[in-house]
Design a protein around this ligand. Structure first.
Ligand SMILES: Nc1nc2c(ncn2[C@@H]2O[C@H](COP(=O)(O)OP(=O)(O)OP(=O)(O)O)[C@@H](O)[C@H]2O)c(=O)[nH]1
Ligand SMILES: [Mg+2]
Length: 331
């Protein structure tokens, strides 16, 4: 077994510890999941469905929009209501698991001594398109620990927020009156995934104009499918109750029988699909000889004989062919 691998008994006691609400056990399991350690699956498996799934709220928006401030303040509001809260900060830039977002650490400091809040940073580098799966898995671990509402922060600059939206129930898009935010949001497709829009930094000039621009961009949508717009000043804790209310209303809308059934089904489907994708990917990449083949084509790319994309396509074709042959023999 590789370093850090845990025996089955250790997996069982880890799972028990998490169900007891032990944050250290939870942190250890999260590391195993993040590193796609061999025992991660057994842990997830043994915890699946053991406790109710907490509603998952994703917060995304341009860099510096105030996501972390808002998440910290919303976590505070939930704690004041006695709600146990899990927070995951997805950092698409940091290569270091757990070492990310120092600023958030500082902001989240007041929660540090509260054992009903658990905060985790997750680096996305190296997750190979498995970000949705990984986020979902961390959320499941938080469920088992006892999270009653799980908040997930991610910067909306590329693909990661779309992956995160797949793993959450409600997506909050945070924008500010700062010039460029609206354009960036439209370009990045943020408006399409928004279920609640927060206009943060409403204390800045231009908030009215920004709100008008947002309303105009939503005007073409049928009434009833326009996300509510909530104005906040996160640093001054303004607008938090309104945000809470908007999230409650969205959760109630999701709970309607005609929505909850199909939505749950789609989520479970997506969950299985990404588990299969991850499993297949792992299986392929761990196959005997893959690293050698990879070395060979790397040389080709460096020598300018092919591009990484063409090399990858050729590799996939070759592996699929080999796989078919193996299956054919086996049947
Ligand atoms: N004036 C004003 N400043 C705010 C408000 N909300 C957040 N800020 C400030 O904006 C800056 C960025 O806030 P963060 O919460 O770090 O923003 P973020 O979206 O998490 O940033 P990244 O994670 O780096 O993308 C900080 O200096 C905050 O204090 C607000 O409502 N009004
Ligand atoms: Mg942040």
């Amino acid at each position: 077994m590789s370093a850090g691998a845990e025996a089955p008994a250790a997996v069982a006691s880890l799972a028990e510890g998490i169900l007891r609400g032990d944050p250290r056990m939870l942190a250890r399991a999260m590391t195993l999941v993040e590193n796609a350690a061999p025992e991660a699956e057994a842990i997830l498996e043994s915890l699946y469905g053991k406790k109710p799934a907490a509603p998952r709220v994703g917060f995304t928006g341009p860099p510096g929009a105030g996501k972390s401030t808002l998440v910290a303040e919303y976590a505070r509001l939930l704690r004041a209501e006695g709600v146990q809260v899990g927070v995951i900060a997805v950092d698409p830039t940091s290569p270091f698991t757990g070492g990310a977002i120092l600023g958030d650490r500082v902001r989240m400091n007041e929660h540090a001594t509260d054992d009903k809040v658990f905060i985790r940073s997750m680096a996305t580098r190296g997750s190979l398109g498995g970000l949705a799966a990984r986020t979902g898995e961390l959320c499941e671990l938080l469920d088992a620990w006892g999270s009653e509402v799980t908040l997930v922060e991610t910067v909306g600059v590329g693909q990661s927020e779309l992956d995160v939206a797949e793993a959450t129930d409600t997506t909050v898009v945070i924008l500010t009156p700062e010039s460029g935010d609206a354009i960036q949001a439209l370009k990045a497709g943020l408006m399409e995934i928004a279920e609640v829009i927060v206009l943060n930094k409403a204390d800045h000039v231009g908030a009215d104009a920004m709100e008008a621009a947002l309303r105009a961009s939503l005007a073409f949508r049928p009434e009833g499918s326009r996300p509510p717009i909530v104005r906040t000043v996160a640093t001054a804790r303004q607008g938090l109750d309104e945000l809470h209310q908007a999230l409650r209303e969205h959760r109630e809308a999701l709970a309607k029988p005609e929505i909850v059934g199909p939505r749950r089904r789609e989520k479970v489907r997506a969950r299985i699909r990404s588990a299969v994708r991850e499993g297949l990917l792992d299986a392929w990449l761990r196959r005997q000889g893959f690293e050698d083949v990879l070395d060979g084509v790397t040389d080709d790319v460096i020598a300018g004989r092919t591009s990484p994309y063409r090399a990858a396509r050729a590799l996939i074709e070759r592996m699929t062919r080999d796989g078919k042959r193996t299956n054919g023999n086996g049947n």
